[in-house]
Design a binder for this molecule. Structure first.
Ligand code: SF4
Ligand code: SF4
Length: 68
């Protein structure tokens, strides 16, 4: 099963991955803040991930790894 793995420590909460995901399964975790002081991105429903890797390509900080 494809899945996107987000390194929350690296994420700067820019939201680019959220906007690009065709399955709309990424969001910024409003209730959590990482060590950098940002709301990190998270996957809401991993079972819907199609492994397109758009999120990983878009992330300016290479915080997302996609496994197929
Ligand atoms: S790999 Fe594609 S479907 Fe999966 S979370 Fe990233 S953008 Fe969304
Ligand atoms: S694109 Fe990268 S840095 Fe921006 S919110 Fe997504 S994981 Fe975080």
């Amino acid at each position: 099963m494809a899945r996107a793995i987000i390194d929350e420590k690296v994420c700067k909460g820019c939201g680019l991955c959220v906007s690009v995901c065709p399955k709309k399964i990424l969001r910024l975790a409003a209730e959590r803040i990482n060590d950098k002081g940002y709301n990190p991105a998270e996957v809401t429903d991993a079972s819907l991930c199609i492994g397109c890797a758009m999120c990983g390509i878009m992330c300016p900080d290479s915080a997302i790894t996609v496994e197929k």
